[in-house]
Design a binder for this molecule. Sequence first.
Ligand code: BGC
Length: 527
Amino acid sequence: MAPGFDGGSRATGGNAPSYPGKLTPYVIITVLAGAAGGLIFGFDLGISGGVTSMAPFLQKFFPEVYEKEHADTSTNQYCKFDSQKLQLFTSSLYLAALVASFIAAAVTKKFGRRISMMIAGFIFLIGAALTGAAVHIAMLIGGRLLLGVGVGFANQSVPLYLSEMSPYNYRGRFNVCFQLMVTVGILCANVINYFTAKISGGWGWRVSLGLAGVPALIILIASFCLSDTPNSMIQRGKETEAKALLKRIRGVNNVDAEFNDMVAAKNEANLVKNPMQNLLNKRCYRPQLTMTILIPFFQQFTGINVITFYAPVLFKSLGFKDDASLMSAVITGVVNMFATGVSIYGCDRWGRRSLFLEGGVQMFVFQVIIAALIGWKFGVSGNVANIQTWFAALVVGCICVYVAGFAWSWGPLGWLYPSEIFPLEIRSAAQSVTVAVNMVFTFIVGQCFLTMLCAMKYGLFIFFAFFVAVMTVFCYFFMPETKNIPIEEMTQVWRSHWFWKRFMNDPNDPVNMAVGMSRLDDADDRV
Ligand code: BGC
């Protein structure tokens, strides 16, 4: 048995408690519409790389990068695009998202998950209009900041929305629909860039940036039509509506067990006056706090956004022509999207741990191979006259296998896992920490990649491979399995884990004791 467990039966899914219910068309439509919130994040992640490789865009906003790129053809390939300003264009969005996620936490808790999703769509729409119409750098960055606020609201509320709406035994695959939409957004952005780069008038980049309005409208309209989650309704005192909704989404009349658990969770949540302070200070939340910080940190240190943001720039640095660079970005986008499907299929069947572990090993191996290939051809000088087609195809192939490893593991599970491990009383606050940490490191990677590539050369891939190795070992020892555990029963996972259980029975944490014990008793009654 993996050392992640000490035989706690529910943690391994052996005796998981169950609620009656079936998979209703209503819940499927609701979840798919809600997941559309991932589109705006994905579109954003995918669009900037292509746009920053377009000459008219660079000439208008970053002339010094454009000149550097064209001035000296013999210059070191690793350093061609190194510009703090260019990186700031890409990464400023994530700073705004970080700040917004904390505001979103309060809104999501007080007014419901749906309102946050609406705000996300609305602000993102304004940001899309500003960036598409930008006439100077201030307008461009201002628009990016608004897009970031939209992403902060969406990423804080959508994963929670999906985890709470889903029947517990479908929670994994439904939540992964968020990431699927993220990858659809990235791919659409890659394809759009491929075509807009060909627009001869030099305004293709405006189309790319302005089209962000489409996913914004989709989430805006979807959130007007959706209902809020039963958990959030109960939290806001709407118990009768919540019960009616629960019957509708589960497709059965007998929802008492699940409903009572939700009410109990709400009552316990009400005892907690300052969720953020509790999350940070109480010993009984240490396991969740650790995960909420480490998982998004690790997700970003897989190095995935080197590919997402800068694939076209990276491929250009590897000597590809403009068209081939954008096409290669489309290829990695397609792989990313289809491989996410594997996670949808597998995360509730094989569990989160096996995907985390397999994905980690796969990413590690292929990052090392990519580093070796680039090191072999480009060496430390980064000067290479001619890249043969077979070599280019081999690098793109290896990048695709690495991307696939991410796409069925740390990509979706990096959002799913944190959203399902918190008790209601700290759920909204903790989700904002997950988003904030993710955004900080997305920002850092976005801001530093071009400079790091210039300084570390092919060693950059070894740098990320190191983190992938560390996170895979961490996952093996410290991540308990969460598949098939109802969200309101999650405390048991920590109570039965060989390491985390030491934090769970502190007599000074009466809330935890009450939560844990009463849930376990209830669960025992039902199994
Ligand atoms: C990550 C993003 C990444 C994307 C790639 C998401 O889960 O949070 O940073 O760009 O996956 O598919």
